[in-house]
Design a protein around this ligand. Structure first.
Ligand code: PMP
Ligand code: G9A
Length: 404
């Protein structure tokens, strides 16, 4: 007799798991002919295929005994050393002991969730913030507090007020999670004054700061900023980054830079997850960094994304209905649009799919349930003609919804 319904077997933790809209929409792209303005996929023309093919074969020949073998959970020393050099370019100075290699930076978020959050802990995030971070933190059942952002990033004045209130009630905050540079989904960058203010508050109220930084390496407009980790004098900043947007997301290499005591608990948690990140991929990335593949490619990547961003902004200007506004990103892969009140972008998505275009509804990026009239639009993946056509289709759909 076959089993009827498996849900009775599921754990409580499984009930807390929410499907990521970004990941679900990727399935739509695979199964239908739609223009995707959804997932943050890099432009495939930016992948240095020839160089990586050469490096992969070199690494297997030269380092095969290690590269094809099990490795330590913390990650291959050769990669951790290469990353120390890579990060020194942006004044983040660390030792290989301060680095843990992760399977994408998504795993770093998972490790943070597992090792730092107990049910009911207060976790502060930006409004909006990266939806996959919300989903993975949620598994540990924190209480989220959202702090609004403006064009200078997180409103640290509002944060300060909130902290005064929280600590006045005898409670405390576990950490503040921020994507301070070219934020996902909004594209905004936190000003240096606010970065300083955030760290002062972290000192005063004794909480950790998680700096999630996939985008600072390829800003395409001039911005002056310092990484929080570079300003960290007490070890309370946990820095995470990834090669996903600057080399290849398929290789799945991310890293955490943090105090050794934290690295050791993240390492313990990772042992249970996957023993270690694929050794071969770690050797490939170490060699790519050594040969300066990323640095040589970045100018082209920046130029391409700057052009695509401008094409999207022009198309929005031309096709989106009056009463809409959107961010002007200095980096990252997304424009975030605020539409006239009354538009519900989640409810509209099936119609958009019928019109052959998809986006990520904005609500999933807000921990306070707001954002129903917002959407995130990706410009890195589609070719320029598809960006324009996608925005045209969406604009027409929105206008017809508004009866214009
Ligand atoms: N954090 C942020 C803010 C991101 O935008 C992304 C990818 N879009 C990730 C983490 C995860 O990236 P990966 O696992 O590929 O390193
Ligand atoms: O494909 C993913 O899930 C990574 C992309 C993230 C994003 O679109 O923000």
């Amino acid at each position: 007799m076959s089993v009827k319904g498996f849900s009775k077997f599921f754990s409580k933790r499984t009930e807390l798991m929410r499907a990521s809209e970004i990941r679900e929409l990727l399935k739509v792209v695979e199964s239908r002919d739609v223009i995707s303005l959804a997932g943050g996929l890099p432009d495939p023309s930016t992948f240095p295929k020839e160089e990586l093919a050469e490096i992969a074969s070199y690494v297997i020949r030269e380092y095969g005994e290690m590269a094809l073998q099990y490795g330590t959970t913390q990650g291959a020393r050769i990669l951790r050393e290469a990353l120390c050099h890579f990060m020194a370019r942006v004044m983040i100075l660390c030792k290989p002991e301060n680095i843990l290699i992760t399977t994408g930076s998504q795993q770093a978020l998972d490790l943070i969730s597992r090792t730092l959050i107990d049910p009911g802990d207060l976790v502060i995030v930006e409004l909006p913030t990266y939806l996959a971070a919300i989903n993975v933190f949620k598994l540990s059942q924190p209480k989220f507090i959202g702090i609004p952002i403006d064009e200078d990033g997180m409103r640290t004045d509002i944060l300060e007020e909130k902290l005064r209130q929280i600590y006045g009630e005898g409670k405390k905050v576990k950490f503040v999670y921020t994507v301070p540079t070219a934020q996902n989904p909004s594209g905004v960058t936190m000003s240096n004054d606010r970065r300083k203010h955030l760290l002062e508050l972290a000192e005063k109220y004794d909480f950790l700061v998680i700096e999630d930084d996939p985008y600072s390496h390829f800003l395409f407009e001039p911005v002056s900023f310092k990484h929080l980790k570079a300003m960290d004098t007490s070890g309370r900043v946990v820095y995470i980054s990834t090669i996903s947007k600057i080399l290849s997301p398929g290789i799945r290499i991310g890293w955490i830079i943090a105090h050794e005591e934290l690295i050791s608990v993240f390492e313990r948690a990772k042992q249970n997850l996957d023993l270690h990140t694929p050794t071969l991929n770690q050797y490939i990335v170490a060699e790519a960094i050594k040969r300066r593949v990323i640095e040589r490619h970045l100018p082209r990547v920046k130029e391409l994304y700057r052009k695509k961003k401008n094409i999207m902004l022009e198309a929005l200007e031309e096709y989106f209905p009056e009463g809409s506004r959107w961010t002007k990103p200095v980096g990252g892969l997304f424009v975030f649009a605020y539409l006239p009140e009354g538009i519900d972008t989640k409810a509209l998505l099936p119609k958009a799919i019928e019109h052959g275009v998809i986006y990520v509804p904005g609500k999933s990026f807000f921990v306070d349930g707001s954002g129903a009239n917002t959407m995130r639009l990706n410009f890195s993946y589609p070719p320029p003609s598809k960006i324009v056509e996608g925005i045209r289709r969406l604009g027409n759909l929105l206008k017809s919804e508004l009866g214009k």
